[in-house]
Design a protein around this ligand. Structure first.
Ligand code: OGA
Ligand code: NI
Length: 352
């Protein structure tokens, strides 16, 4: 090789997709092996499932319907921290188009994706495998793409059409989140724009997170994502037809069976802090399977990076003293992306 010619090095960690597609793979590399079976303790109580929120009632002009929807939202946030939103007005074709666009990204060659690999956590576009390969002791059976779409819209120029669908989808989701936050503010006894204003949502950080979980020859020893809670206020998820997401509820793990075309929403750590612990962020995880590829598309919705998130003074009194310290969102965001991806790690740092 001529001096000065950059040496082409294979990436240190291959994507799970490329691993999974190598025909020789009959067992997983030891770097992916969890010693405990991640599938244990699944609850299958058909009476108990994730609550459903009818968005059309929440935005209804009829005050009775609206207050009923706000009560439903209150119960869902308090009891589960997760809910499915129906009649949200986001076109089915747009949801499917967003999933297909992300599939198109993962289908790019490893070389093409290489441009976005190994970037720092505040880089607006980055992709990779596991969560943070320099910290994860055991690797996760998952490849990801993360793109900052608000307050500044960033996007990729490949695959063709990706940008257009991402802009449309992320803007629609922002509108849904705005209404949900109005409802959640009211459900906490606050004025409806309270969270929007206190969290500076007009310059809030919105990130697309696309996750790919390829088939795994030993799903009983691998983990798509280990138990964790999400940063931010609300995360909104859509997925292909392959399940795998599980939510912790009353100490048990529940499989998420999404109503077709619904959006799955969950409470993030920063809403737990703002609500002074009235609404909790909830642990969830992803298990993998032998046969099919799961693809999920999430939009995370947080305050602006310079917002200090602390318990709302209106929710503090003698019986409910502040349960968390205030912390600038940027610091906790960076922590969430560099910490070990386990448990409620951000909240452990700010709990009083
Ligand atoms: C996440 C997450 C769930 C999924 O990326 O934080 O929880 O189904 N993803 O991919
Ligand atoms: Ni999550």
């Amino acid at each position: 090789m001529a001096p000065g010619t950059p040496e082409l090095q294979p990436p240190k960690f291959p994507s799970v997709k490329s691993l999974s597609e190598s025909s020789a793979l009959t067992s997983i590399p030891s770097s992916y092996t969890f010693t405990t079976d991640p599938n244990q303790h699944i609850a299958s109580d058909p009476q108990d499932s994730i609550p459903v929120i009818d968005f059309s009632l929440l935005t209804s002009g009829n005050p009775d319907q609206r207050s009923k929807a706000i009560q439903d939202l209150h119960r869902a946030c308090e009891e589960w921290g997760f809910f499915m939103v129906i009649n949200h007005g986001v076109a089915e074709s747009l949801m499917k188009g967003m999933i297909e666009a992300c599939r198109g990204f993962f289908d790019l060659t490893e070389e093409e994706k290489g441009e976005f690999e190994g970037k720092p956590v505040l880089a607006p576009i980055r992709c990779g495998t596991s969560s943070n390969t320099s910290l994860d002791k055991i690797l996760f059976w998952r490849d990801f793409l993360k793109v900052f779409v608000h307050p500044q819209f960033h996007s990729l120029n490949k695959p063709p059409g990706f940008s257009e669908v991402l802009l449309d989808y992320s803007q629609r989701i922002k509108m849904v989140v705005e209404e949900l936050l109005k409802g959640i503010s009211k459900s906490l006894g606050l004025e409806e724009w309270y969270i929007d204003k206190a969290m500076n949502m007009s310059s809030g950080l919105q990130v697309l997170v696309a996750n790919l979980y390829p088939p795994c020859p030993q799903p009983e020893h691998a983990m798509g994502l280990p138990p964790h809670s999400d940063y931010g206020l609300l995360t909104v998820l859509t997925q292909n037809e392959v399940g795998g997401l599980q939510v912790q509820h009353q100490g048990k793990w529940f499989n998420v069976n999404l109503i077709p075309n619904s959006l799955l929403v969950n409470i993030g750590d920063h809403l737990e802090v703002l609500s002074n612990g009235k609404y909790k962020s909830v642990l969830h995880r992803v298990v993998v399977n032998r046969k099919a590829t799961r693809l999920s598309v999430l939009i995370t919705n947080g305050p602006s990076l310079d917002t200090v998130v602390a318990p709302a003074p209106e929710l503090i009194d003698e019986i409910h003293p502040p349960a968390y310290f205030g912390m600038k969102f940027q610091e906790t965001f960076t922590l969430s992306q560099t910490n070990k991806h386990h448990g409620k790690s951000i909240l452990d740092q700010v709990r009083i």
